[in-house]
Design a protein around this ligand. Structure first.
Ligand code: NAD
Length: 482
């Protein structure tokens, strides 16, 4: 084992070694350990939540005026910016994304804190005119201890997306990062502390989801869980939430359709489709993984798309030129390889990719080539199941009706893309496709002011947007007699 110092976790403001198992966080590009920590134990979970509840009641965080909490959150944003390069490099090591992507994620985390600081300042209560011998007021209260459970694919962005609004609302927050990417949540907790969030209001408890995440979710003092991760885990959490009568938001999986019409700007569409599926190595809930192309342009489009995919620069995430890094773990890569084999056994043809790259720099990392499969229908398992990797299934379509029927024929409904120069058709398709987010002539663009979430098995609830703060608050109506 490499000689790494054990990293402390954060138990309601106390930085100490967890009581659980020791495990290493590996750099996916080389398989080398980059950090070692002792995970949280069940006793740490109990202590953190009890102390977080105490801090919620006694630290004064919930009672601060909105603009006072906003000032602290603005400082968190500022500290993220001051530490941006260090955080981007650390996130690169933690999950192997190319440095250009991790820099963008860090910038988005700072923007999220800034946005919710501003949203916090605008928190105001509404007074409705009298409808009798009274006036009514609708006020919002923080909930207490809330939990944020996050996946490994964009740690700093998903953690900021939950921490910032939950803190803005005045809660104490317990973060459970993914096992394989614990570092960014720990860094954010340090910056929150430095910015002036009171001790005990933020905890970070790394560890196994089925043990630590489960215990956090079931804890009676946890009043809300905001979860991002797989649909199976999300359904499990929803069952626990139902038993506790606890509100929950679930940002889950996807199998998003991208639709290229015959009048699309093809240069633009080729670049957008490639980015939509292969950025982040396809390890993205919103990856455009089902491609529908008008039959009249299918051959030309696929030829150009295949050339583009084969030319993508796969390699060292530290290089500014790299467009696609490795996959998160060796096991995840094996799962993706099995899916590609399944696609071939279902009658699919590999247009490009489908192998591990060879040569210097690829020996020990979990690299895989950008892969395009065709010859399959929308009912094939590889077309229906979330692969969460760089695998695109391409299909031709004949009519708009058939296109919409197939695009919507999925258990998921997270995102969709439409490529067309015809505004009216794009509008029609954008309205007809069932998805939480629709991109027209662009893909994977985000704004923190725009709500995000999925329909059906892609989730429940919305994050981001000014309203995002209210998911971490309870609403109360007050009647005043006159
Ligand atoms: P996962 O469901 O395995 O794990 C997500 C988190 O939940 C981790 O922190 C994990 O430790 C924890 N967890 C696991 N079992 C748990 C349990 N029983 N109780 C409580 N917590 C538990 O998902 P993953 O493999 O880390 O992430 C990939 C999935 O996340 C994909 O399906 C992807 O589509 C989805 N995702 C969705 C979004 C979105 O916004 N919709 C964003 C990113 C990723």
């Amino acid at each position: 084992m490499a000689n790494l110092e054990l990293l402390p976790i954060n138990v309601a403001g106390e930085w100490r070694l967890g009581g659980g198992d020791v495990y290493d966080s590996l750099y996916p590009a080389t398989g080398e350990p980059i950090a070692r920590l002792r995970a949280a134990s069940l006793a740490d979970v109990e202590e953190a939540i009890q102390r977080a509840d105490h801090a919620f009641r006694t630290s004064g965080w919930a009672q601060k005026l909105p603009h006072e909490r906003a000032a602290v959150l603005h400082r968190v944003a500022q500290l993220i910016r001051e530490n941006a390069e260090r955080l981007a490099q650390q996130q690169r090591l933690d999950n192997g994304k190319p440095i250009s992507e991790t820099r963008a994620l860090v910038a988005s985390a700072a923007g999220t804190f800034q946005f919710f600081a501003a949203a916090c300042e605008t928190l105001e209560e509404t007074i409705t005119p009298s409808r009798g011998a009274f006036v009514t007021m609708s006020v919002h209260e923080p909930m207490g201890v809330v939990a944020a459970i996050t996946p490994w694919n964009s740690p700093i962005a998903s953690e900021a997306q939950k921490l910032a609004p939950a803190l803005a609302a005045g809660n104490a927050v317990v973060v459970k990062p993914a096992e394989v990417t614990p570092l960014m949540a720990l860094e954010l907790a340090k910056l929150c502390e430095e910015a002036g969030v009171p001790r005990g209001i933020v905890s970070v408890l790394p560890g196994k989801g089925s043990v630590i995440g489960d215990a956090i979710t079931k804890h009676p003092l946890v009043k809300r869980v905001s979860f991002t991760g797989g649909t199976t885990t999300g359904k499990h959490i929803a069952h626990i939430a139902a038993d506790k009568m606890m509100p929950v938001s679930l940002e889950l999986g996807g199998k998003s359709p991208t639709m290229v019409l015959e009048d699309a700007d093809l240069d633009h569409a080729v670049a957008g489709v490639l980015y939509g599926i292969f950025s982040s190595s396809g390890e993205s809930c919103i990856a455009g993984s089902r491609l529908f192309v008008a039959r009249s342009i299918y051959d030309e489009f696929l030829t150009r798309l295949t050339e583009g995919a084969a030319a993508l620069r796969v390699g060292d995430p530290a290089s500014e030129r790299t467009q696609m890094g490795p996959l998160i773990t060796a096991r995840h890569r094996e799962g993706i390889e099995r899916y590609v084999e399944l696609g071939v056994s279902e009658g699919g043809r590999i247009r490009t990719g489908g192998v591990r790259p060879h040569g210097a720099g690829f020996d020990n990392g979990y690299f895989y080539t950008p892969t395009i499969l065709e010859g399959l229908g929308n009912q094939a398992r590889v077309t229906q199941e979330e692969i969460f990797g760089p695998v695109l299934v391409a299909m031709p379509f004949d009519t708009e009706e058939a296109l919409i029927e197939q695009a919507n024929d999925s258990i998921y409904a997270l995102a969709a893309g439409v490529w067309s120069r015809d505004f009216k058709r794009a509008w029609r398709l954008g309205r007809a496709v069932q998805a939480g987010t629709v991109w027209v002539n662009t893909y994977k663009q985000f704004s923190v002011s725009t709500p995000f979430g999925g329909w059906r098995d892609s989730g429940l609830g919305r994050e981001k947007g000014r309203e995002g703060i209210f998911q971490y608050m309870e609403q109360k109506s007050m009647y005043w007699g006159t």
